[in-house]
Ligand binder design. Sequence first.
Ligand code: ADP
Ligand code: MG
Length: 417
Amino acid sequence: MILHYEELLINFLFIFIPYFLFQTLWLDKGKANHKNTNVIIVVLIILSITSCMAYPIRFSGGIIFDLRQIPFILGLVYFGWRVGLVLYLTIVVNQFLIGGEGVFISLIVTTFMLIFISLCKTKFDNLGLKGKMISLTLTAFFASLAIVLLSHATIQTSSTEQNLTSLNFVIIQGLSMLVITYIIKNSIENIRIREELLETEKLKVISELAASVSHEVRNPITVTKGFLQLLMTPEISDHSRQSYAALSLKELERAENIINDYLSITKARPNSCIISTMESDIEYVVSVLSPYAAIHNVDIITKCNNQLLVKYKQNKLQQSFINIAKNCIEAMPDGGILSIETIANKNNAIICIKDSGYGMTKQQLAKLGTAYFTTKKTGTGLGMTVSYNAIHAMNGTIKVDSTIGSGTEFKITLPGA
Ligand code: ADP
Ligand code: MG
């Protein structure tokens, strides 16, 4: 039996290229949730099917087969029957353009799979990663077996060599599916681990802010202590006594506010969307970061001129602004100015977060938002990934301008509600 290994390898390549493109261009850049992602994957699967069919694997004895069923089954299982139908039509059109002996057999099996897999989709969704891997491999295996058996039943003159060749097809298709599902399983597990890591980033930010909160609370307490000592001196007038008491209360209130703001970021909030101009959220971000800015000698200036209503998840928006603004404060080790400004431009709300810090090089700018990129000794490199993910999930964009030695500007654009 002659098997054209190069053709087999090319078919493998057609199946794997869409996966690797998707992995490197989207998943690694934290853009997995982008609204166009699904469309892009489906287009890649269509290309994969078309290429597999255009460059099939030829065996001796005139037998031809290809691995089109693998992207078809994967697309159908992961994206549902609508995408499955598009992929089915891709196969039908290509099949009629190419022609050949097994046109109808292939169509019968593909049609059966479209119906069968669509009906079993809910059951499949409930399976674990291993279960998915096994069921997909078996599906690919039986699909090729069905094609082989139907071919033998309809084409009378099959030699022993042709039988052996057909068996190879069944094994190759089953094994190929096993390999690709194993890779997909690993990559889904990696995404899960990364998402869990991103969750822990919030805890890291909370713990980093803790030191500045306790520092900032100390000031009002020291001031209050001084006033209370003054109140204990017998010779002061009633007027002074009253004003000392009032000032003490005001200072204690300030300490209380600092602690309350800090504690509120540790609380879980509802994940639902709200519609607002973001003004109160910006105020919140500023008050949470004020102690941190104070110990870094950073002044915060805010100008909220946006009147446009925006729809967003409050906790995600706050978290992403906190991460960006905190980086800005950290970029000004000798103090400086952090400015947060919002404006409305046509149907977009624009938020500019700007520092007068040390800035970034072009290389650093290019890596910004990529997971684990950090230039700090104890950095995680996840803060910006969290922010980018949140802004992309809101269909927003983020543009960064930075000049070494003079500062960085983050321009976030969010569409109006
Ligand atoms: P981390 O703060 O833990 O390092 P981030 O994802 O928040 O992780 O930031 C990644 C890197 O981006 C930082 O280490 C820093 O080099 C760079 N960076 C982010 N924001 C700024 C900024 N405003 N000025 C200069 N560099 C910045
Ligand atoms: Mg950070």
